[in-house]
Write a protein that binds this ligand. Structure first.
Ligand SMILES: [Ca+2]
Ligand SMILES: [Ca+2]
Length: 446
């Protein structure tokens, strides 16, 4: 997506949240998400258990040696951290501090490997962004830059999109913005880690010497709300795929979640042959996936961080509750879907037979510092039907900003909340202006 397009839903969410906060300072959390979730809940415990709290923008989550490691974005440059969570006691300990936008972390050869996101502006000069770092020893010590993903993008441009405006020479896409990293399972020879680069629209394979190879390039999406959507590269009309999450699965598979320009219903999961990168299967019908995990029985979990967020950039409806934003979708081996209401989840990890997730990952955008959590999502948190909390409002008009298209609709009824599958109906009134927003806060700088 070009910069002007990135404002979309997430900006709306941020603005909405800031306003909603004043209205609802005390947000309920830890309730059952509304409903007849489980008759035996008392015996089983809460469907969603808070494991650790007080985190600042927890994004990526991974399981290492009985611990959970969280990449905390922090509240600005130099405030990011890698934090170790003991899932039993809930204790937290920062093992890396002073980072800028760490997005995800894993362990390889007994050391931490983590990625830092790209700059907000898709420039070509920022130092230290879009980088894979390695720690010199187990978890601690001054990390060294291991691979420069932006340099690779500039040289190779795997998605073939126009990198610079031919006239102004300004960069178009965010050129690189790594959002997830996973270690290769087992002894996989020359490969070492895999990185999902949301800005470059690719999955990259790195070897132990930091050499980068393009592993998978998902296609631009041209269906649904993405059909005919303007792209910064006129030759690639549609939604950039934007890989956000990686997880290894059974039978030698690698799962890749793709945000798809935040277009509702157009998010996808690609199931790849983990050796060759060949596509075995595509799972469709997801809303802006930002993370993925695969369970012991081949079931998959996808986080949808902005699910249920009010569209547009105006204030949210009265009584809007930020805790209603976000959910995790479970898809079993037969394709049956169920849903757990988790506030703004991003990082997912299956650990010792249980699903763990980051929560309130975007709370900072709502002006709620330190609200980030790691939660355990128990199996009985998942329901076949959607959570039922809805807010219905009748605005005079609704301005929707999405994918660079501003739509103003004289509005009868807008329903917001987790029950709605927020579909972008084809705009009736459309002006294809570029909707630049200087106050944009983005999760995935695409
Ligand atoms: Ca693009
Ligand atoms: Ca590119």
């Amino acid at each position: 997506m070009r910069r002007s397009q990135r404002s979309g839903v997430l900006t709306g969410l941020a603005v909405a949240g800031a306003v909603a906060l004043s209205a609802t300072p005390a947000l309920a959390w830890g309730n059952d998400g509304g409903g007849n979730r489980d008759r035996h809940r008392e015996h089983r415990g809460d469907p969603i258990e808070v494991v650790a709290e007080g985190l600042e923008g927890p994004f990526g989550l991974s399981s290492i040696h009985g611990r959970l490691l969280v990449a905390e974005q922090g509240s600005g440059p130099g405030t990011g951290r890698i934090t170790v969570v003991n899932p039993r006691s809930g204790s937290t300990r920062a093992v890396q501090e002073g980072l800028t936008n760490p997005a995800a972390v894993t362990e390889v050869d007994g050391r931490l490997a983590f990625v830092t996101s790209g700059a907000e502006v898709p420039d070509t000069t920022s130092v230290g962004d879009s980088t894979v770092f390695l720690t010199p020893r187990r978890w601690t010590g001054t990390p060294r830059a291991f691979a420069d993903l932006k340099a690779y993008e500039l040289e190779n441009n795997p998605d073939g999109q126009l990198q610079f405006d031919p006239t102004t020479k300004a960069p178009l896409d965010s050129l690189s913005n790594p959002f997830d990293i996973v270690a290769q399972p087992g002894d996989s020879g020359r490969r070492y880690v895999m990185v999902a680069d949301a800005g470059a629209n690719d999955v990259l394979s790195l070897d132990s010497r930091g050499r980068i190879r393009t592993f998978f390039v998902p296609p631009v999406i041209t269906t649904g709300a993405c059909a005919g959507a303007p792209n910064n590269d006129p030759q690639h009309t549609g939604c950039d795929p934007v890989p956000t999450g990686l997880a290894y699965g059974p039978r030698n598979t690698l799962y890749v979640s793709t945000l798809t320009a935040e277009a509702p219903g157009e998010g996808r999961v690609y199931v790849l042959d983990a050796r060759t990168g060949d596509v075995r299967r595509v799972i469709t019908g997801l809303d802006a996936p930002t993370g993925i995990a695969v369970g012991d029985h081949g079931e998959i979990y996808v986080s949808e961080v902005i699910y249920g967020a009010p569209e547009g950039e105006g204030p949210p409806p009265p009584g809007f509750d930020p805790s209603s934003v976000g959910r995790i979708v479970r898809i079993d081996r037969h394709g049956t879907r169920s849903y757990a209401s988790v506030p703004m989840p991003i990082g997912l990890e299956f650990h010792h037979g249980r699903l763990y997730s980051t929560a309130w990952s975007l709370a900072g955008m709502f002006g709620m510092p330190g609200k980030g959590q790691v939660v355990k999502v128990n199996p009985w948190a998942f329901q076949r039907s959607q959570p039922t909390t809805t807010t219905t409002t009748t605005p005079a008009s609704t301005t929707t900003t999405m994918m660079g298209t501003t739509t103003t609709t004289a509005g009868p009824t807008t329903t917001m909340g987790p029950t709605t599958t927020t579909t972008t109906s084809p705009p009736t009134t459309t002006s294809t202006t570029s909707t630049t927003s200087s106050t944009t806060t983005t999760v995935v700088n695409t």
